[in-house]
Design a protein around this ligand. Structure first.
Ligand SMILES: *Cc1c(COP(=O)(O)O)cnc(C)c1O
Length: 462
């Protein structure tokens, strides 16, 4: 039996949850038109829909909130946040915003417009949406290891640097508005990017004079993976690894709802405090988010964020965090259940295409598995596959995803080992019954952008 690393926290406030019956869950699914985002959280037992903003804050964060300065401009809490973010990332300009997509909305149009391209090691869904909303188009250059869930490699989130350079030459460097390095690589399964790969990517960008942005939601998990897996880093504090990693980029956009362990918040960072485009960033922020010393957040939120930036980097915490995923991965290995291996930093990405090889990507195997897991044990997970990818903005055709995953994204400091064990038993049951599921889902209604959040689905009969 794989060992579970004990939780490095104790619980001083609880929130009741209730396990529903199978009939209640089937009813809830029908009412939600099989969209996991439309199920009420009261009808969910263990919620792994996302690790975004679903974290439990610490007593230190809650007490810092009482110190929030709610001034409209120049608040003390802003300067506290600035100090923490500058200390950790070493960047000259820091801009709070209300969440990750707000950072994208404010920064991306400064570099992207019609005729331009952005290239990433894989785009997260909202990042892809904001590239397209700016009028630009997305190109991807993920390392080939990511496409094979059974191939165990230490840094499956890496950029394919050769492909990156090839895409740059093909489209012309002047047409590439930005390169985006997503850490960890969410769509590839929470897989890390190595320092070496970041260096090589930065070298290519520097040579072609292309802006390099880090999509930094999981900066701490990525740094811990570097410490644990990359040669030469085992003795280096993750805080130093983080600083060195960020020094290689020009800017970052960050959802602070992940590794920064708050419920709401985001950041933009610009390395060069004198970069002229900071004026545009400030102008966009004032128009869309609020004055640039609060960026759509309360003063108390800035305080919680400042504390969370450090808590996210605590190495005991990170050892437990990555240890939890490793434990779940090891239990799945024992049962012979396929997932993106080795386990990523923020969750388990089950390989739905291997659960249901007879279900084509146009019927969304990742969505099928999410529904089966919910029926089985009240676990809420979601598709990270073709259902999420949506349609090509130019041709309207369904895009085929690199992988068909069902993602269990684990909220931070919320659940305990017995929850994970229950979930693992549920996955085992669904795996054993996989042959009984013959067909997938069709979409009966979808909005034009980010459809997976809202679409209606129906099971295909037959
Ligand atoms: C969550 C996330 C975002 C978007 O952030 P929100 O806070 O949800 O708006 C962007 N990029 C990555 C990699 C993310 O994980």
């Amino acid at each position: 039996m794989p060992k579970f690393m004990p939780e490095p926290y104790r619980i001083k406030m609880v929130e009741p949850i209730r396990l529903t019956t199978r009939e209640e869950r089937e009813q809830a699914l029908r009412e939600a038109e099989y969209n996991m985002f439309r199920i009420r959280s009261d009808d969910v037992y263990v919620d792994t829909l996302t690790d975004s903003g679903t974290n439990a804050m610490s007593d230190a964060q809650w007490s810092a909130m009482l110190m929030g300065d709610e001034a409209y401009a120049g608040g003390r809490s802003y300067f506290r946040l600035l100090e923490a973010a500058r200390d950790i990332f070493g960047y000259g300009y820091i801009q709070p915003v209300h969440q990750g997509r707000a950072a994208e909305k404010v920064l991306l149009p400064v570099f992207l417009h019609k005729g331009k391209f952005a290239i990433a090691n894989l785009f997260f869904d909202t990042t892809r949406a904001h590239v397209e909303l700016a009028g630009a188009r997305c190109l991807e250059a993920c390392c080939p290891e990511a496409a094979n869930s059974q191939l165990r490699a230490p840094f499956k989130g890496n950029m394919d640097v050769g492909k990156l350079e090839q895409l740059i030459l093909e489209k012309g460097p002047e047409n590439i508005g930005m390169v985006v390095m997503t850490v960890t690589n969410n769509s590839a399964g929470g897989q890390p990017v190595s320092m070496q790969n970041m260096r090589e990517t930065a070298e290519v960008c520097r040579r072609h004079r292309i802006h390099l942005n880090i999509d930094a939601a999981r900066y701490a998990e990525n740094a811990m993976f570097i410490k644990l897996r990359e040669e030469g880093f085992s003795g280096v504090p993750v805080k130093d690894i983080t600083r060195d990693f960020f020094a290689l980029a020009d800017s970052f956009t960050m959802s602070a709802k992940k590794d920064t362990i708050v419920n709401m918040g985001g950041l933009i960072g610009v390395k060069d405090a004198d970069a002229p485009y900071i004026l545009k960033v400030k102008a966009n922020c004032i128009s869309y988010e609020g004055f640039y010393t609060y960026g759509g957040l309360n003063g108390r939120d800035l305080e919680a964020l400042a504390v969370g930036l450090y808590e996210g980097l605590d190495e005991n915490w990170l050892r437990y965090r990555l240890g939890t995923m490793e434990y779940m991965g090891a239990r799945l290995d024992e049962m012979g259940i396929p997932y993106q291996a080795p386990a990523g930093g923020h969750g388990i990405f089950l390989d739905a295409a291997r659960f249901y090889p007879h279900i084509p990507y146009t019927e969304f195997p990742g969505q099928v598995l999410a529904v089966e897991l919910y029926k089985e044990c009240g676990l809420r997970a979601c598709d990270i596959g073709s259902y999420m990818m949506g349609n090509d903005p130019d041709t309207g055709r369904q895009v085929k995803s690199l992988n068909e995953f069902t993602r269990l994204a684990i909220p931070r400091r919320v659940y305990t080992q017995s929850h994970y064990d229950m979930v693992l038993e549920g996955i085992g049951e669904v795996w054993r019954g996989r042959g009984d599921v013959r067909r997938g889902y069709r979409i009966t209604w979808e909005p034009p952008i980010l459809r997976h959040f809202q679409a209606s689905l129906a099971p295909i009969e037959g």
